[in-house]
Write a protein that binds this ligand. Structure first.
Ligand code: PEP
Ligand code: MG
Length: 757
């Protein structure tokens, strides 16, 4: 008996011969059904292809020939229609027992019992079905199903070359036919957006199925495996995976699969059967997908996603189709789909075309989300299982306000969405009117509402929102988007441009906060590479003080850029007062140096610190006399207070900013700072949310620095508040936090007639 690979190769050789002839496409299809029918010892073998939205019988052996080009069925109709609609194979011993079975009298198929069919996939969509039927009730063997899948791949190549299926039609499949689906998740950045699905890691298009030279294909796949394993081994430090949380688990699974001998052996066997490296990887993947589906275990399904990722990575390496969707450019309005992203990866996309992002993971304070928020791009996170039903190019309506995305929307859904979109634009227009309105409370207190920024482009938001200045300029963004360490001239130019754009308004420059979930590949320190816990590791000021050169250059750039103006500098992640002293000393030293160089110096330098590490709150009495301002970074602070990784999607919804531990902590910091002459503000994401901002005002915070999109809603809120009343209420709740603060605040706001958007 022939081995499975040898018999598969025999089939492939025969298919190859047919494809190589000059026969027209119909003749080739007729020959293919004959070859498969005989090889699989099946009375019937048929090919259905999509034409005008219907599946049409294009070729058959065993059914009535008069049914060819006559029998047609809709997607989802009968077994064949079900395979195409679901893009899934069927293998049935008794076809009639399946609920979707449909008897078509003109074909004469009543005498057949068993049925197996596989989708013919073109550009990720099922554009047809290849099926076999047998008089005996038997389930087809694995090797037979594999032969069908291989043949389906060959057919898809034929279809592409002979243009048997209209490409537009293949695309059109997504509209209506496979149906509207909705996907829920967690709102990470509010907003509405419409666009077409673009996978951050695009699927590879297999151009050639049959190998010309098997040995060559084997070498290609060996090399690709080596490269993939190398990548996995060094992945821990990449943005894609360096975001904490589940990445360890994912990496372990990746490693397990990448080194799995069984996987590489099966790919090799598929190459033995005559497939190209790409086709072999895909064939094995199809097979695994099937097996996993049959097992129907949610844990395994998760692992399947990992294997899919990896198989796609292997395909991209072997085919040379490297690069993310960003490097290929966005051609139309896009909704980006990814497991997770690093901030730098997001910044590579064309801002005009990138309308929304859907992540399988993600959390509110992950840096990629902060960047998206600054870009005004809505983000839906924790959208699990999305790869199961979103396909490249699908139309998507993203309603991040409602934590929902609709894929392939029906007309009715699209119309309802348009209405909401129009309303949201109206609200934006109303907010635009608040631009020149000062954020003064009902009782007459002026609140400072500043904006967070990180890129030159962000500065246009200052004028658009009427913010009081930039309360947090994340200087590390320039480092994140550069391939190499930004030189002094480039840094100076950026800081100068930012100050020019700000005019009279203050800009608080935060010195680089790299490390943690903002790794930069060109600046890896030995320690950072081995950080098991990057958020608590060698990052921010810790790293900057070690790399004194880095800090010196930044200090010099900032001082030079601020020549003749006031410079505000803030240090991140100060954990003990001496770190502030050491950082300030670097600036003072540069000041002396530049003075010696007769450079124009700033009129004044105001130094501040971020309060992100809880320990610092215990030594405020020592620190405050050194500062002119203190800014609470609630993103990091809360992760440390609750010991909950800010980037871990599993913890994304677990702890509330409006919980007693956080609010009482902030209240204590405010009380201890009050009267010290040091100006206190909050620059974490918390301050940009209306209810949270209300709570902060209620404990005495008078300066908020927030994402540009939140400026107008917060100004709107401030103007409706009576601070005396609010402070009384919040202080009361915090003294006795048995009530849920979020609920109490919501009810209070509603009693006061305060509008929370
Ligand atoms: C914070 O931690 O709250 C903060 C503002 O800094 P970043 O989000 O950049 O870490
Ligand atoms: Mg921080």
């Amino acid at each position: 008996m022939m081995s499975a690979a040898a018999s598969a190769r025999a089939i492939l050789t025969r298919l190859h011969d047919v494809m190589a002839t000059r026969m027209h496409a119909q003749g080739k299809l007729d020959a293919v059904v004959d070859i498969i029918g005989t090889s699989l010892d099946s009375e019937v073998c048929s090919v259905y292809l999509l034409r005008d939205g219907m599946l049409e019988l294009f070729a058959t052996r065993g059914l009535n020939q008069s049914a060819v080009h006559v029998t047609r069925m809709a997607l989802g109709e009968g077994l064949t229609g079900t395979i195409a609609a679901n893009n899934e194979m069927l293998n049935l011993a008794e076809a009639k027992a399946h609920p979707d079975f449909l008897y078509l009298p003109e074909t004469g198929e009543d005498k057949f019992h068993s049925y197996a069919g596989v989708p013919i996939v073109y550009r990720t969509r099922a554009v047809g079905v290849l099926c076999v039927q047998h008089v005996d009730p038997r389930r087809y063997e694995d090797v037979e199903i594999e032969a069908l899948q291989t043949t389906a791949m060959v057919l898809s190549e034929l279809i592409a070359n002979a243009e048997l299926v209209d490409e537009e039609e293949a695309r059109g499949l997504s509209e209506g036919h496979t149906g509207t689906q909705s996907l829920s998740g967690l709102t990470l950045v509010k907003g509405l957006a419409a666009g077409h699905a673009v996978f951050h890691q695009p699927r590879v298009q297999i151009e050639q199925v049959m190998a010309e030279d098997i040995e060559l294909e084997r070498q290609r796949v060996y090399r690709a495996f080596d490269k993939m394993r190398e990548q996995i081994d060094s992945m821990a430090s990449q943005a894609e995976f360096g975001v904490g949380g589940e990445h360890e688990e994912v990496l372990q699974t990746y490693k397990m699969f990448a080194y799995d001998e069984g996987w590489s052996r099966r790919i090799n066997e598929a190459i033995d059967s005559g497939l190209t490296a790409e086709a072999a990887i895909e064939r094995v993947q199809q097979h695994t997908r099937l097996r996993m589906r049959e097992i129907d275990d949610p844990l395994l399904a998760d692992r399947m996603h990992d294997l899919e990722d990896l198989a796609n990575r292997l395909l991209r390496i072997v085919s040379g189709q490297l690069g993310t969707a960003a490097s290929q450019g966005l051609r139309r309005d896009a909704i980006l789909i990814a497991r997770n992203l690093g901030p730098a990866e997001l910044l590579e996309y064309d801002r005009r075309r990138l309308k929304g992002v859907i992540l399988e993971e993600g959390s509110l304070t992950a840096h990629v989300v902060i960047v998206a928020r600054a870009m005004g791009v809505p983000v839906l996170g924790r959208a699990q299982g999305l790869r199961g039903f979103i396909r490249e190019g699908d139309e998507i309506l993203l309603d991040a306000d409602a934590a929902l995305a609709t894929i392939r929307p029906s007309t009715a859904v699209a119309e309802a969405f348009d209405d909401r979109f129009a309303k949201s634009r109206e609200r934006q227009a109303a907010y635009a009117e608040l631009r020149d309105v000062e954020p003064v409370t009902k009782c007459g207190t002026r609140i400072e509402v500043m904006m967070n920024a990180g890129l030159r482009d962000d500065m246009s938001s200052l004028a658009l929102t009427g913010a009081d200045g930039v309360g947090l300029f994340r200087t590390e963004f320039q480092f994140l988007v550069s391939a190499t360490l930004p030189q002094r001239e480039r840094q100076t130019r950026l800081y100068r441009d930012v100050l020019d754009a700000a005019g009279d308004k203050p800009v608080i420059f935060r010195t680089v906060d790299i490390g943690g979930d903002k790794p930069v590949t060109y600046l890896k320190s030995e320690e950072a590479q081995h950080d098991e816990n990057p958020a608590m590791g060698w990052r921010a000021l810790r790293l900057a003080l070690e790399r004194e050169g880095l800090m010196k250059i930044q200090a010099r750039s900032l001082i030079e850029a601020a020549g003749g103006r006031t410079l505000h500098v803030m240090f991140p992640m100060v954990s003990e007062p001496w770190e502030f002293d050491a950082a300030k000393a670097v600036f003072e030293e540069q000041l002396v140096f530049l003075k010696g160089q007769k450079k124009m110096l700033p009129e004044a330098i105001h130094y501040g610190a971020m309060l992100e590490v809880p320990a610092l709150a215990e030594v405020l009495d020592l620190l405050l006399p050194k500062l002119s301002f203190l800014s609470i970074g609630t993103n990091d602070l809360t992760q440390f207070l609750f010991a909950a990784d800010r980037a871990n999607p599993k913890l994304a919804e677990r702890y509330d900013w409006l919980s007693a531990p956080i609010m009482r902590f902030l209240q204590r910091v405010e009380r201890n700072t009050n009267g010290s002459g040091v100006s206190l503000g909050v620059c974490g994401e918390m301050g940009g949310r209306q209810l949270e901002a209300m709570a902060l005002l209620g404990i005495g915070i008078r300066r908020l620095s927030i994402t540009p999109a939140a400026i107008a809603p917060i100004k709107d809120l401030v103007r409706q508040i009576d601070l005396g009343e609010l402070e009384k209420a919040v202080t009361g709740w915090l003294a006795d936090p048995s009530n849920n603060l979020r609920e109490s605040l919501t009810a209070w706001a509603s009693d006061q007639g305060i509008d929370i958007a």
